[in-house]
Design a protein around this ligand. Structure first.
Ligand SMILES: [Zn+2]
Length: 366
């Protein structure tokens, strides 16, 4: 004999419900549980569906002390009931199946919507991450020069207190003079700085801020080698590499803040910190190298200083040279620079040695 399990809530019985079994005999429904026995005419039974997902089926009927409710325990019980219920319940069953189906459909839709809502930001982030280089490039291309200068000013302003700038002496003058020769006619107004810092490093910030460490000046064997490094660094400004990298590093915050024309927010506070640690991709380095060679030729300065300086650094213990970590030199890169120089006719373009007493300048550094 078939029967299905229910939990019965009836006046005078446990409020937590009584476990019981239901079976139909003709048109009568009998309910048997602990200290509970009821027989109800099928036509007096009401069937309802409920629950957030429509999977709860409830039978109810008027009892002696008030309404009695029986909750079906699970899908298998619901199927049994659908199969064996008497004809007097058929119409109610049909309605219940329809309403349960609707409720389940709505529930599924809700779950899918929730999942999409949760995933959407992740999806957007992922797409942004996949395309971040391209987006950064695109944004950089749409940043006005005025904004770029403001950005550089903000970032450099953040960084400046941490730098021990050398304001006087020959070194600063040489950096400025060579730098100005290399950037004649540029759209940027460059500012040239020498920092008292033993790390062999130089960097350029958006808008034309160039900082050369005393460590680099001491490591350079000639003014031409310094010129090579400067020519390379200014290309990171001219080609907007520094701007692209900054935007890439700051990510969507930069995009949003720039879209809203807000350059004053705290977003830019870590800009300086970011810029100090930014690495350029191999492609950007190559571009800066090649454009640097052109700039050196235009300025009438020997282009050999650039590969000479890199070669010099490569032979030293590279661990302590920041320039090498932000501008990794490889044999391949050095070879590409030397090939480009010889392809341009070696040193055919007239260049006079830079007229500086390099030893004297190095000695003037603290
Ligand atoms: Zn570089």
């Amino acid at each position: 004999m078939w029967e299905f399990k229910v939990l019965v809530f009836a006046p005078g019985h446990s409020p937590a419900g009584v476990r019981a079994r239901v079976s139909f005999h003709g048109d009568a429904m009998s309910v048997k549980g602990h200290q509970l026995f009821m027989t109800i005419e099928g036509r007096r039974v009401r069937l309802k569906t409920g629950g957030y997902d429509g999977r709860q089926w409830l039978l109810s009927w008027p009892g002696d002390g008030g309404e009695v409710t029986a909750a079906l325990q699970g899908e298998a019980e619901i199927r049994l009931m659908q199969e064996y219920a008497p004809p007097s319940l058929a119409a109610q069953l049909q309605r219940a199946v329809r309403s349960s189906g609707r409720r389940q459909g709505r529930f599924r839709l809700l779950i899918i919507t929730l999942i999409l809502l949760l995933l959407l930001p992740l999806l957007l982030l992922w797409m942004f991450w996949l395309n971040s280089e391209r987006i950064a490039g695109w944004v950089a291309g749409h940043v006005g020069m005025q904004t770029e200068k403001q950005l550089g000013e903000l970032a450099f302003g953040q960084m400046k207190p941490g730098l021990k700038l050398i304001q006087s002496g020959g070194a600063q003058q040489v950096v400025r003079e060579i730098g100005e020769r290399l950037t004649a006619g540029s759209a940027y107004d460059y500012l040239w700085f020498v920092a008292d810092d033993p790390q062999v490093n130089a960097f350029a910030m958006p808008g034309g801020y160039v900082v050369v460490n005393s460590g680099l000046l001491k490591a350079a064997g000639s003014a031409e080698e310094l010129a090579g490094v400067l020519a390379h660094e200014v290309q990171h400004v001219e080609q907007r590499h520094a701007l692209k990298n900054l935007i890439h590093a700051l990510g969507w915050r930069a995009v949003l803040s720039m879209a809203m024309g807000d350059l004053s927010g705290g977003i830019w506070l870590d800009a300086a910190d970011q810029l100090g640690r930014l690495h350029y991709s191999r492609d950007l380095e190559r571009e800066a190298d090649m454009k640097a060679l052109h700039a050196l030729h235009r300025a009438g300065i020997s282009a050999h200083g650039l590969p000479d300086f890199f070669a010099r650094l490569a032979t030293r213990d590279s661990g302590q040279f920041t320039l090498l970590s932000s501008h990794p030199t490889s044999g391949e890169r050095l070879q590409a620079i030397r090939q480009a120089i010889s392809a341009a006719g070696g040193n055919a373009s007239p260049s006079l040695p830079l007229a500086y007493d390099w030893q004297l300048i190095r000695n003037s550094l603290p």
